[in-house]
Write a protein of this length. Structure first.
Length: 323
């Protein structure tokens, strides 16, 4: 078996659902212009980090000296259907996006990618003409155009919801990468697309998925409830409904999600009791109780202050709808 083949087999053994390899060349003009136009129109909102290190974000070779290849992996997070919430909860509850019902994926993916680098090093005893094999592990934190690279590595296509969609696994996917100076056999992009479907755009509660194909993060409930640090505008706050953290509407509306398998990685901790959270309990949390409750959750990244902001918005919306 070739080294690339061995890497793919080991990646799947580690619990990832998909793996593909692309080279470390810069983004093509189409994807570069899509990114720079998105930033120029102000559609990135206050995500200033998207404007920083643009050279690295669009050219992976800038992340690692002598980079040759990028191993792209994908973890399916479609939750199991075994948990049922009461149809009429006695307390007001806030919904949590599916990915945040699991442990924080950033350290989880990095941990398993480190295991993969150990396998690669052991499998490449001769090295690179005597030089050290180098790796840069990425999982959402490095300035890297993850979806564009995953597209190039054949893991799926980018849909109108601006997410990576795999025809088999669906759109509920988490991405990770290893940039390396090893030269590996690359994969080809797949040809699927969603040109004849607008279901995600129709499902978006705020029109963040614009008719012109652009994604306006300023109006995205997921961005507003997980990234935005200010006071959420009243007209958008009303449309948040009972979404406490994140939004799954454009994901769940995708036809490719209909037959998507549930997450098969049993090591990826899932908390069924995080699907809906008691809003009064959230508003009563202290810093210590917040840290303890969400120690291993993506929700912890939000901060207690912003979680309470979201909880109050949800509570206001629930109260208003009941009148």
């Amino acid at each position: 078996m070739s080294l690339a083949g061995g890497i793919k087999q080991k990646t799947l053994e580690l619990g990832f659902d998909l793996v593909g390899i692309t080279d470390a060349s810069a983004l093509d003009n189409e994807h570069f212009e899509l990114l720079t136009d998105w930033l120029a129109f102000g559609y990135a909102g206050r995500m200033d980090y998207m404007r920083q290190n643009l050279d690295k974000r669009t050219n992976p070779a800038k992340l690692l000296k002598d980079a040759q290849s990028i191993i792209c992996v994908c973890l399916n997070y479609t939750p199991p259907q075994t948990h049922k919430q009461p149809l009429e909860p006695t307390e007001p509850m806030g919904r949590v996006a599916n990915y945040a019902q699991y442990e924080d994926y950033h350290p989880f993916i990095k941990k398993h990618l480190r295991e993969l680098t150990k396998f690669i090093t052991a499998s490449s005893a001769t090295g690179i003409t005597g030089e050290e094999i180098k790796f840069k592990i990425c999982a959402g934190s490095a300035p890297l155009a993850e979806k564009a690279l995953a597209l190039r590595a054949g893991l799926g296509f980018i849909g109108k919801n601006h997410l990576l969609i795999n025809p088999t696994v669906g759109p509920q996917t988490l991405l990770g990468e290893i940039v390396t100076n090893l030269e590996l056999k690359t994969d080809e992009p797949i040809k699927n697309n969603c040109s004849g479907c607008n279901k995600c755009m129709e499902a978006c509660p705020t029109g963040a998925l614009r008719p012109d194909g652009q994604f306006d993060a300023n109006r995205c409930i997921s961005y507003l409830t997980t990234e935005y640090k200010g006071q959420i505008p009243a007209d958008l706050a009303e449309k948040i409904g009972d979404r406490l953290f994140g939004c799954d509407e454009c994901v769940l509306a995708c036809p490719y999600q209909n037959n998507a398998p549930v997450c098969k990685n049993k090591q990826f901790k899932f908390y069924s009791d995080r699907a809906r959270l008691n809003l009064h309990e959230i508003l009563a949390l202290t810093e210590d109780s917040f840290e303890a409750k969400f120690a291993d959750s993506p929700i912890k990244r939000l901060t207690l202050q912003r979680l309470k902001r979201n909880a109050q918005i949800c509570l206001n919306n629930i109260t208003r709808s009941a009148i």
